[in-house]
Design a protein around this ligand. Structure first.
Ligand code: PLP
Length: 408
């Protein structure tokens, strides 16, 4: 681990971590839902609005040129962050959800037909289920589900059995937001390609924890959200291989996605603008660029190593809590732990532990099929970031013990 990593110094970059909740210091363990923002991101957004606010692309005046340059720089930052080959492969969206919908509605509409198959897994977020259900229904294609074990690891033999010449696209998550399971993505991508299927990787829960190299992975599409990687809400990314994006029809029509418009015919713009109709989220994009620079300044290797330490410590100490069962015991896990009790509803637990200043998420986490598989209403989920500490984990465990004693 990078010797200069100093969690106390890092915490000073996150103003919200100074906050008291119900009179107690905030312990923020809801990082899988959204991450907190460092001062650098907040200040960059403020700087944008106070010094350069102006619409991009079209004007020749100085402010517009400045904001356009700042906006364009972010595409390069993202390209390098995920090791894409061309800046044209980076499309700005509202987030992972919109990125997946865009692929389903454009690539899917152009390429799926009756009898074709789309594969997802049993551990997907609703954002990677519903868009495929919608387009499969429209096209008469079939949605196939790769199952997982009771430990919440994908059953690779079953996944491979589903792959046939009918499979047109496979879309799966790198890391499960509910279970923390890390999927063997390179293996899965190669297997999907061996039957000629395209692959979309949902990196909403991984891009902030693991190094992603789209060229080494050879995925065809990749989706992630800015707000889960210390950037603003309302901005995200769709990466797509240039050759595929060039062939796909546009998503929405409007300004910027055109080269010329007449009432008879519209000529669409080049990549990436073809997929970016209308005034984009300029401040959000610039904020995202700053967030990625911040993450790079710490280093994803260092982040992964530190968060793994927090995860292991939390998993061990949770075993001290009477009646607690961890849901998801995959060998490869990232910094998310879901747990359940036979006799305590997760929402009661979440509200009570909030009184101790601890923010965890409770419910189905937008993965209702997982809840159905285990016949439970929901789980309690703690998810960690590099700004969390071992002391916070210990405080969480002690608070949890008190809450369980009261509720149990
Ligand atoms: N996919 C996964 C694995 C997620 O965890 C989430 C959000 O929690 C999403 C997709 C959707 O992300 P967003 O709501 O930012 O579009």
């Amino acid at each position: 681990m990078n010797n200069s990593f100093d969690v106390n110094k890092i915490r000073k970059d996150f103003p919200i971590l100074e906050k008291k909740i119900n009179g107690k210091p905030l312990v923020y363990f809801d990082n899988a839902a959204t991450t907190q923002k460092p001062r650098q991101v907040i200040e960059k957004i403020q700087q944008y609005y106070t010094e350069m606010n102006s619409n991009i692309h079209r004007a020749v005046h100085t402010l517009s040129k400045t904001s356009t340059q700042e906006y364009y720089k972010v595409r390069e930052i993202i390209k390098d962050f995920i090791n894409a080959e061309y800046f044209e492969e980076i499309i700005f969206t509202r987030g992972t959800t919109e990125s997946i919908n865009m692929v389903a509605q454009t690539w899917g509409r152009a390429n799926l037909k009756s009898g074709d198959e789309v594969i997802i897994t049993e551990m997907e977020h609703h954002s990677n289920i519903v868009p495929w259900q919608m387009i499969c229904e429209e096209k008469g294609a079939k949605l196939r589900i790769a199952p997982m074990t009771d430990n919440c690891e994908l059953i690779l033999e079953e996944y491979e059995k589903l792959l046939t010449e009918k499979t047109k696209i496979v879309s799966f998550t790198h890391i499960s937001n509910t279970l923390g399971t890390v999927n063997p993505i390179k293996y899965m991508i190669d297997k999907a390609h061996s039957v000629g299927a395209k692959v979309l990787l949902d990196a909403a829960q991984s891009v902030q924890h693991k190094i992603i190299d789209v060229r080494a992975l050879d995925c065809d599409f990749l989706a992630f959200s800015g707000h889960k990687i210390y950037g603003p809400t309302g901005i995200g990314v769709l990466y797509g291989k240039k050759s595929i994006l060039e062939e796909m029809p546009p998503y929405q029509g409007g300004g910027d996605m055109i080269l010329s418009v007449s009432f008879e015919k519209t000529e669409f713009n080049y990549l990436p603008f073809k997929y970016e109709a209308g005034t984009p989220n300029i401040a959000g994009t610039i904020g995202l660029g700053e967030a990625l620079k911040y993450v790079q300044s710490i280093g994803l290797d260092t982040i992964d190593e530190y968060e793994t330490k927090l995860l292991k410590h939390a998993a061990e100490r949770l075993m001290e809590v009477e009646g607690l069962k961890i849901l998801g015991n995959a060998k490869e896990k990232a910094s998310v732990i879901s747990f359940i009790f036979d006799n305590i509803h997760p929402n009661d637990l979440g509200s009570m532990i909030d009184l101790h200043g601890v923010a965890i998420r409770t419910g189905h986490h937008c993965t209702e099929p997982i809840m159905r598989k285990f016949n439970i209403p929901g789980t309690s989920r703690a998810s960690f970031s590099f700004y969390n500490t071992i002391e916070e984990v210990d405080y969480f465990i002690e608070s949890l013990k008190k809450v369980v004693k009261m509720l149990g």
